[in-house]
Design a protein around this ligand. Structure first.
Ligand SMILES: NC(=O)c1ccc[n+]([C@@H]2O[C@H](COP(=O)([O-])OP(=O)(O)OC[C@H]3O[C@@H](n4cnc5c(N)ncnc54)[C@H](O)[C@@H]3O)[C@@H](O)[C@H]2O)c1
Ligand SMILES: [Zn+2]
Length: 352
């Protein structure tokens, strides 16, 4: 088992990564007693797909540690990361009498993690919670860093809070049951970490990983992300580098009506477009885009943007990370090193 520490003062926590560590969940939760009181209630937020596949193993580990809990099982899908989904959690927390000293466990992908985390952040002004991420995306990205949110009909992630978990438990064995498409979605973020922070790691991704490589990959990504979060918890500077490929990616997700591309597929093409744009600006080493394309193709990503610049640009100008009329683009010098470049619509138009 690999243990990482995220150093955030009194909000510090450990990330535990390994194959088969789901069976230790109960014991790990019991070890957190003191930060919460089991008699105040434990709510396990999950979705029916995850619960059907891995609920029995989770329950067995809780029983072995002598911990009772109330499962809150949602339908899978982003539509539950909503005000309705949040209301459902609050009702269930009230019905089970979850008290201020209780615990919320988010057992699922990024949807369950973001929704369960936001419910924990706001229930009785904040109860202790832990993340047990079950998708590759959640293990390398959403489960770490303390961003929680729900979507509103006006836009994605519009209501949320920075709220750090007390612990993250990432069992890479759970990734074996992911669909190929959901696994690939997480791989886009994995490639992103290499592209922004580590040339060596980026180059190691020229082969598809086997199950034995997954703990090392999750460890590497969590290490990069938690380092950035330690230096910029509230997303005012360096944390923006994690948005490499995302300004273009969000435009692709929106234009595809959030159906044509999943997040990772959109970010994959977005990283390629960012590298190509950087090359045109003379800010990115020639050949970088080709290197990114080659890695993405190995992992089965589409690498052609189906939308013309005149459709992409208006979406990018609306990106919520922009300041005034400046578009904040994350570019790379070469794979392994990223920076933020502030540009405006006119410059972007001239390049596309
Ligand atoms: N908080 C953050 O910092 C952050 C970062 C990135 C993304 N996100 C959010 O994460 C969400 C996407 O996360 P996601 O891709 O994990 O989506 P998800 O939670 O919807 O999971 C994708 C699918 O995989 C299924 N699934 C989960 N674990 C499984 C397993 N072990 N085996 C089989 N199926 C499994 C789920 O039921 C679901 O159908 C988005 O809402 C996004 O906004 C948050
Ligand atoms: Zn992302």
């Amino acid at each position: 088992m690999i243990k990482q520490h995220v150093g955030l003062g009194e909000k510090s926590y450990d990330i535990l990564i390994g194959s088969g560590i789901l069976q230790e969940t109960g014991a790990r939760i019991a070890a957190l007693c003191g930060r919460f009181k089991p008699e105040d209630g434990i709510a396990v937020v999950t979705d029916s797909l995850v619960w059907g596949l891995h609920g029995a193993a989770f329950s067995a580990s809780m029983a072995a540690a002598g911990l009772g809990f109330s499962p809150v099982v949602l339908e899978p899908g982003e539509q539950n990361k909503s005000l309705d989904g949040l209301g459902r959690l609050y009702s269930d927390f009230a019905a089970m009498r979850l008290k201020r000293g209780g615990l919320v466990v988010a057992f699922g992908g990024g949807v369950v993690g973001d929704l369960g985390g936001f419910a924990a952040a706001t229930w009785m002004r904040g109860v202790c919670y832990i993340q047990v991420p079950t998708t590759l995306l959640a293990q390398v990205d959403s489960g770490v860093g303390g961003k929680t949110a729900i979507d509103l009909k006006e836009g994605k992630n519009l209501a949320g809070a920075f709220y750090q978990p007390a612990c993250v438990l990432a069992d890479t064995n759970l990734l074996a049951t992911l669909s190929g498409r959901d696994f690939r979605c997480g791989m886009a973020e994995v490639v992103k970490y290499g592209a922004i922070c580590s040339k060596t790691f980026f180059e190691s991704l020229r082969e598809r990983p086997g199950a034995a490589e997954l703990p090392g990959i999750v460890d590497m990504c969590c290490g990069i992300k938690s380092g950035i979060v330690e230096r910029d918890e509230l997303d005012k500077g360096e944390r923006r580098l994690l948005n490499f490929g995302h300004t273009f990616g969000h435009a692709l997700e929106t234009l595809g009506g959030f159906r044509r591309f999943n997040h990772g597929e959109a970010v994959a093409i977005g990283m390629l477009l960012a590298a190509e744009t950087g090359e045109k600006m003379g800010l990115t080493e020639p050949g970088s885009a080709a290197a990114i394309r080659a890695v993405l193709e190995i992992h089965g990503f589409e690498t052609v943007c189906p939308y013309p610049p005149e459709e992409m640009l208006p979406q990018m100008e609306m990106d919520k990370k922009n300041e005034g009329d400046q578009v904040q683009l994350v570019l790379i010098k070469a794979p392994g090193e990223a920076f933020v470049h502030s540009t405006d619509a006119a410059e972007l138009r001239s390049l596309c």
